[in-house]
Structures are given as C-alpha cells and as structure tokens.
Ligand binder design. Structure first.
Ligand code: ADP
Ligand code: ASP
Ligand code: MG
Length: 415
C-alpha cells in the first residue's frame, strides 16, 4: 500500500482586504496562444469578459512549443545548464505571450497591462525549476483592476524569497492561475485548453474517451498526479485548499467543459444517481524512473530525497530493500542524492504507470480483481502495484502503457 501525500499550499491572501466580487481569472495554455491569430482571439475573449463588467485577469502560457524550444536551446549551449540561468531563459516565453496579448487588447480599445510573475507579486521558495508559491502579494494587480485595466500575468514563474526569477515546473501556468484566483477572491478559475474538458482517459490514447461533467478535487488530484497532463497537480492542491472551483474548457468552442470542485452530496456527480461513479478515469504516465535501494534507512533516504526536491511517488519496502518511483525529470537530483548517501542502488527507465481513479472505488470491492484480470487477458504484467482509497496504480512496461489504458477503459465501460 502507498498513500499519496500532497504538499502544503501557499498563503495567498497577504494583501487582500476583502475578496472582490466579480473577479475572473482566465488561463490560456500554449496551444490557445499558439500564433498571432489565436492571441488576438484570446484578447477578444478577455475584452468580452471585461465588457460584461468583470475584473479580468488573464494568465497566459508560452506560445506553442516555446518552452520546449528554449529548453532545447539551453541544452545545445550547455549539457547541464545552471538552474538560475535556465529559469531566466524559460520564463521569457510567458512574457512574450502577455506583452503581445496586451497589444491586441489595446487595439480593441481597452486598457491592459502585462506583468511578469515577479511584478504580479508571485513569491516562491528558492528551488529553481520547480519552485513552490509561498505567497501572492496581489496589491499591484488590485490597483490595476480597480482602474478597469485587464491584467495579463505571465504564468509558470515568480520571484524567490532571495529575489531570483524562478519557474514552477512544467504546466506551472495552471498553478499561477489558481493561486491568483485564490488570492484575488475570484469565484472560480477558467482553464482554457485544447480539449473540451477532463476526459475518462487521454483522448489522444482513447479516441472514445468520455468528457466528464464534474470531478471532485480528490479525484482530480489523483488523476493529475498519476499523469493526466490536462492540469498541473500543484494547481489542484491550491484549488482544493482555497476552495477555488475550476472550469476546464476548450479555447476554441463556447460549450461548457468540466467543473472541478468539492465533492458535494447535493450535486450529482458523474453517473451519480444514488451512487458515485465507480471509476472516473484511467490515466497514464509513459515513463517513470523506478529505483531499487539496498541497505538504506528509510527515514534518512526519503529525508535526503525530499531535501533534494525529488517528488517520490510509489514506495514499496520489503525487508532491507526499498523500491520507489519518481518522475524522469527528477533523475539527476535523485542520482546525486543516492550517490551522496553512499547506498547501493540501481534504476530502470523502461516502466510507465497506468492508474484507475474513482471516488466510488472506496466502497466497491472487486476493482483490483478486475484490473488484474484485464491486464492478464491483455498479456501485460504489472511490475509494481500500489493503491490509495480512490486509486489503483500499476507500473507496466512503457511499451504496454497505451494497450493497458485502452483495455482498462474498455473493461470498466468508461467510453
Ligand atoms: P495547455 O497547453 O492548454 O496547458 P496541456 O497540453 O497541458 O494543454 O493539456 C491538455 C492535454 O492534456 C490534452 O491535449 C490531452 O491530450 C491531455 N490529457 C491527458 N489526459 C487527459 C484527460 N484525462 N482529459 C483531458 N485531457 C487529457
Ligand atoms: N510553458 C510552460 C510549460 O510548457 C508552463 C505552462 O504552459 O503551463 O510547461
Ligand atoms: Mg498544461
């Protein structure tokens, strides 16, 4: 058994005197701001919200694949880029989007101002590349909003407590948007993306995946931390602890998307009726590094890994052997930590993870049995299995991940 532990969340209300009614935070992802036309469309949407009388904050991602290109550029110059300089570099993408959107809004006859994360008062800890927001000092945003200006905040970045530019990790613009929604007392946060909402599986892997109408914070947290890339895990942690409802929807259509909110017995959740849906989704991660460590004291081992900001996921301990998994991007930090501890260890990169998530699982036996039977019938062997009250996660060979997702989606009739 393993339980997923989530991080503490930031204080976000340092400067807020009283929540402002009618504040709307709209976040647009990379594909939604992918070219000049799309940026102009985003500008028009922000202006429309302003014309409805809202105080409007737009949080933008970098255009298209800009962040990947910047990371790639860094690696072409240096194989191990200095973390501070890497943050200086990759934080630029979001600023470009915001400045361009502000220009487009001016052309529509409205006031707009673009702000870097630092100018917007997003204060983080000092961990470059995956900084956590510790506080939002929203005074400057409030002042601009009070004047009727549309505020554009560069997502994915902040300023550390030692005054350095930091970034929040991949997908971090979601976290920026939700933290701002909490700090500004917004009623909810709109997440505009390239799909219509949260689906029962990644629609790129399961074409007949079903769009979910409502998902609870707990389920979404499990889905995101198990690989559903549609929202950054940290953004849901912040949403849950500050009770900010999220609306994930398409940038390219008007229709309603998926609402993520507190589980509420008066509201019927997916397939609800009297019972909650057994399974909400099958999510996957194509790669996760799995480590095997011998003869280490767990407290010392996991203390050191936490110190190095390694995001440990599944942990299995048997007598003197400890097996754990962590994201591929944490590999350098994990390797350095294990070497420094002087323990004997090995790692493998050929496994991915498929997870079934559903609040209804809590009270229904038989989900594990059906999961094993389905994988067996598909000829897939799980190397590690771990569970939480609302999740069953199986590490399987990376090459079998898509097949496993499709088989489980079908077996649990989620389409
Ligand atoms: P953005 O650039 O807007 O932040 P992302 O690429 O980060 O967009 O997230 C949207 C993508 O998430 C979709 O294109 C989809 O392929 C992927 N995705 C993975 N799992 C899911 C899921 N369960 N539901 C919806 N989308 C998912
Ligand atoms: N541009 C960053 C990324 O690609 C942050 C984001 O889009 O949320 O990860
Ligand atoms: Mg994203």
């Amino acid at each position: 058994m393993s339980a997923t532990e989530y991080e503490v969340v930031p204080a976000v209300d340092a400067d807020v005197v009283a929540p402002h009614v009618g504040t709307l935070v709209l976040k647009f992802g990379g594909t939604s701001v992918g070219d000049p036309d799309k940026l102009r469309r985003v500008a028009a949407r922000l202006v429309a919200a302003r014309e409805e009388g809202q105080r409007v904050v737009g949080v933008l991602s970098a255009m298209g694949r800009t962040t990947d290109e910047l990371l790639d550029l860094a690696l072409q110059v240096s194989p191990t880029p200095h973390p501070r300089e890497l943050d200086m570099l990759v934080s630029v993408g979001e600023r470009i989007s915001c400045a361009l959107a502000a220009m487009a809004i001016h052309d529509l006859g409205h006031e707009a101002i673009s702000l870097t994360g630092s100018q917007a008062g997003i204060v983080t800890d000092t961990v470059h590349g995956k900084a956590k927001i510790v506080e939002v000092r929203a005074r400057r945003i409030h002042e601009a909003l009070d004047e009727g200006t549309i505020v554009l905040v560069a997502g994915f970045q902040g300023v550390s407590t030692s005054f350095e530019v930091t970034t929040l990790g991949r997908g971090g613009s979601d976290t920026t948007a939700v933290a701002l929604a909490a700090a500004l007392g917004a009623d909810h946060c709109e997440i505009y993306t390239d799909v219509r909402g949260v689906y029962s599986a990644d629609p790129r892997v399961v074409p007949n995946a079903r769009q979910l109408t409502r998902v609870s914070f707990d389920e979404m947290l499990e889905m995101a931390s198990s690989g559903a890339g549609v929202l950054a895990t940290r953004s849901i942690e912040v949403a849950r602890s500050h009770n900010v409802k999220l609306h994930v929807r398409s940038s390219f259509e008007e229709r309603d998307g998926t609402w993520i909110q507190e589980e509420d017995d008066t509201v019927s959740f997916e397939n609800a009726g009297l019972e909650k849906a057994l399974i909400s989704g099958v999510v996957h991660q194509r790669e996760e590094t799995v480590y095997r460590v011998d003869g280490a004291k767990p407290a010392r081992l996991f203390g050191a890994l936490a110190e190095a900001s390694v995001n440990v996921d599944t942990i299995v301990q048997t007598s003197s052997e400890i097996v754990f998994s962590a994201p591929v991007e944490d590999k350098a930090d994990a390797a350095r930590t294990l070497d420094e501890l002087g323990v004997s260890w090995s790692s493998r990169d050929d496994l991915g993870k498929v997870s079934l998530v559903g609040a209804g699982m809590k009270s229904h036996p038989g989900v594990a049995a059906k999961t094993f039977a389905t994988l067996e019938a598909a000829g897939i062997e799980a190397a590690i299995v771990s569970t939480s009250p609302i999740k069953i996660a199986c590490h399987v060979p990376s090459s079998d991940v898509d097949k496993a997702v499709q088989a489980l989606h079908e077996a649990f009739d989620l389409g």
